[in-house]
Design a protein around this ligand. Structure first.
Ligand SMILES: [Cu+2]
Length: 150
């Protein structure tokens, strides 16, 4: 009698509801994690295919950064030479304490106004392939090159 009651009690899976709920939660987490990582993988491959449209709206397809900073009392563009695909928007950001410009050596294409110290930016979307050399009119020793491929 007693042992029968004990057996019955052990047969009742009072914890099974918690276990099932836990498994469902884990499954839910796993699903959302894998779906978000596949989304970012798709985003990473997107810029390759957006090289085809040569319109002005392709500017938001990809953005490349050039930082203007000071190293050993010299200002410079980093990277000094940047290679991008056609249609890429390049953004210069001034992280130094001095004003600068981004000015084409040829006098065309790049002609920023003064880029303010500590956070000023200038951006340009390159729609034609080629090699664009530029400098800063405030500090003529500052030189940079943008190579546009495609
Ligand atoms: Cu400068």
């Amino acid at each position: 009698m007693n042992s029968l009651t004990l057996t019955k009690a052990r047969d009742i899976p009072w914890w099974s509801g918690i276990l099932v709920a836990g498994i469902l939660l884990l499954a839910g987490c796993g699903t959302s994690t894998s779906s978000s990582s596949s989304t970012s993988a798709n985003t990473a491959t997107a810029p390759t295919s957006t090289a085809a449209p040569a319109g002005t709206t392709s500017s938001n397809s990809s953005v490349a950064q050039v930082k203007i900073s000071e190293t050993n009392d010299k200002y410079g563009f980093a990277p000094a030479t940047l290679t991008v695909a056609k249609g890429t928007r390049v953004e210069w950001s001034n992280a130094s304490d001095a004003p600068h410009t981004v000015t084409s050596d040829s006098g065309t294409t790049l002609a920023s106004s003064i880029i303010s110290p500590s956070g000023g930016t200038f951006d340009f979307t390159f729609t034609q392939s080629g090699t664009y050399t530029y400098h800063c009119t405030v500090h003529p020793y500052m030189k940079g090159t943008i190579v546009v491929t495609g």
